[in-house]
Each structure stands twice: as C-alpha cells, then as structure tokens.
Design a protein around this ligand. Sequence first.
Ligand code: MG
Ligand code: MG
Ligand code: MG
Length: 306
Amino acid sequence: MSVYVFGHKVPDSDSIVGAISIAYLKNQVEDEEYIPARQGEISAETEFILNKFGGKLPELKTTVAGERVYLVDDSDSHLFQDDIKEATILGITDHHKLGDLTTNAPLEMWVRPIGCSNTVVYEMYQSYGVEIPKDIAGMMMMAILSDTVIFKSPTCTKVDTRVVKELSKIAEVEDYKALAMEMFIVKSAVDGSSARELNTRDYKEFDMNGSMVAVNQLEMIDISALDARKEEILEDMRAMKEEKNLHTVLTLLTDIMKEGSQLLCVSDAPQKIEAAFDAKLENNQVWLDKVLSRKKQVIPFVQPQF
Ligand code: MG
Ligand code: MG
Ligand code: MG
C-alpha cells in the first residue's frame, strides 16, 4: 500500500516541495512506494518554483481516511483536511510547534526549530546518505528562501543559510538571492485577486483554548499596493468570521523590504490582540515593526491571551 506525503491544506512552497523531496528520498531507501501529494491548490509562488526546476505537480488528495501518510510542515489537525485523524501517520518532518495529531503505532519524527522543513529534509538526506538530484535541490533551496524570507525572518538559523549554499551548488544556481527576489515579485502580485483570495492565500486556523483564530499572511515586496483595498479586505474578513464561526480573523500584510507587518484584525475581543502586541488598533489595524514570522512572532503572543 502506497504512502502519501503531503503538507497543510493551504499548501505553501515548503509543503509542496517537501512532499516531493521526502517522497524521492523515501523511494530510494524503502520498499513501499511514496507518492508526493497535496491537500489544496498551489500558489503562484509554488508554480514559479516547479516551472523553474521542472518539478511535477503533486497529486491532489483531499480524502485520506484509511490511508498511510507522511506529513510535512505541520502536525496540527486543523491545518489538514477533516479526515486526517482517520489516516495512519508513519512520519512527520516539521519546523512548527507540535500539533495535536497523535498515533497508535511508533512513528518517525524529524522536527527542529529552524527556518524551513526542507532544511530538515536536507539533514534527512545526509543521514540516509542519499544524493539530492539537481532539480530537487533547486526546489528545496527555493522553499528555504521562501520560508526564511531570504534569510530575514527571525526563524532563519545558520543551518538554513548553510544548507541554501550547499543546495545552490547542487542546483548550479549562482545568484540565488536574485532568483529569490524574482520569486517574491511573483508572490507579491495582487492585481486581479479578490479580497477572499487575498484573505486565504496563506491561511491557517488555530484552536486557541476553544476559540478559533484564523491568521492569514501576505508576504509582499511592497504592501502599499494594497493601500486602497484595506476596507474591502476588512469587509471580507468580517464576512469570513461569520461564515466560519471564527473568534478572530487576522491578516498580516508583511512588507519584506520594510521588514514589518500591517496587522488587520476583526475579532470578538480585539483587546486580546492589542494586549498580545502591546499596541493599539486604529481602524482595525496596526503596524508591527520587525514582525515577519507568523509562527514565531504572532502565534506565541496571541495564544496566551486565550
Ligand atoms: Mg508552511
Ligand atoms: Mg515551512
Ligand atoms: Mg510562510
């Protein structure tokens, strides 16, 4: 019986590339067949990476009850399709806080507090003594550059920067920072996207002590491109909050050049969000200087308020 490898259901480049890189590795060292998969549609950024290095789009797999699976880039049930708890989890490779998923049988776990799951995958290849093919090396390098915001994110470690350098040699990409900027320009495109598309582009829900908190993040070269659309985006956040019965909806407009995020907030208790960041919301928003990382600079501060 095959094993499906996939990441969170609103897939980013780390979870798509991780599915590809882990499946390839496992197929070199194990007898069962590992199949790269995804639980949702890919982003323009991920499409850019796949096209650049000739990567194949992993198959869409939205039901996994009764299947054997290997997870990458998260371990929280809310971030996967609803039947994830009915699948058998053989392993997890991740760089987030530990989620609520558990198993009945022993599993392998490769989890480290570093910049990207694909940095952990690199260490898996080293540990198994498997060579990384050129195309996969290129994709892994781009996933790390995306997750670490070209090394600017506080989640980035020396391990990530070293691994990008190693991968760039295998991929034969000299100016990887220039290629990463090209990728972020693709990622920054907002023209033609509806407010709902923007509000769900990098969307995650968190169960905070019984209250559902959604946090979406748009990483852009210049967030002023959205200045005229803030009200429209907030209006859609209000609609989304009602539809999905959420306690709070946050959208982070992250400016990777100014190195900070405009936080938009629609909440039953905005004072919790103000307390989390020790800041005052005006017109449902506030600028958070130096805040680039949802996992390291947002969730750990919002969670204790619940
Ligand atoms: Mg991710
Ligand atoms: Mg990641
Ligand atoms: Mg990210």
